[in-house]
Design a protein around this ligand. Sequence first.
Ligand code: NAD
Length: 242
Amino acid sequence: MNDSRVAVVTGSARGIGLAVSRRLLQDGWVVAGCDLLEAELEERASELGQDFHPYAVDVGDPDSVSGACEAIEAELGVPTGLVNNAGITRDGLLVRMDPADWEAVLRVNLTGSFLMTRALARGMMRARSGSIVYVSSVVALTGSAGQANYSSSKAGLLGLTRTLARELGSRNIRVNAIAPGFIETDMTKDLPEEVRAGYAARIALGRMGQPGDAAALVAFLLSDGACYISGAVIPLDGGLTT
Ligand code: NAD
């Protein structure tokens, strides 16, 4: 067990972040749930109980991040778990991709993860304990037509993972990434049926992933069972990329 049992989860109002929050609460963590969607977060808080604490944050905004992280440390104590999960897509083929859509995706997915980590790493360094997880994607490894912005942001997270594993390891802070394949959430629900069928045909286990599948892996990476795992990128794709 870590000394502190406070974990910060970004993008926790929906999908994978919500499932991660639920799972960490079951495992005895106090969870600071961070999301843009303030009203939805409040609803989640009433469902999830008193150990779930909602914080309205835009992870891509330095002031919003520093304000929320200071409040979390003052109100809950120093977090030793951080799950950088908030993410967006703005898909389009390269030649038609608006630079604003490139910027928006990089800002939330990559810069947001950097800002959250920077804000909370100092506390973990003092505590000499921490586990940081980045939610990347299989497209960071394989590429994905129509997702130059998204796949670049997710590949950037792998650089951050490996660099920070080296930078923070001597303070007993572990840094890992998970690379989900197809997980059924709001992000994937509007994909055309032929795209879904195309994925399904290539997944060795023959089914789409569920948010709980990602939550189980993240919870393991935050646990002491993963005490010698750092700098790893773990595919979570049912065998899609094998
Ligand atoms: P989702 O759209 O269901 O949930 C994303 C959450 O992030 C939402 O609650 C949203 O409000 C929040 N968010 C967005 N921008 C934010 C910001 N600027 N600040 C704070 N919160 C913000 O998506 P999901 O499928 O649960 O995805 C979670 C993560 O998993 C993302 O990083 C996504 O890229 C990654 N991922 C998902 C899949 C998949 O198949 N669903 C596959 C690989 C990777």
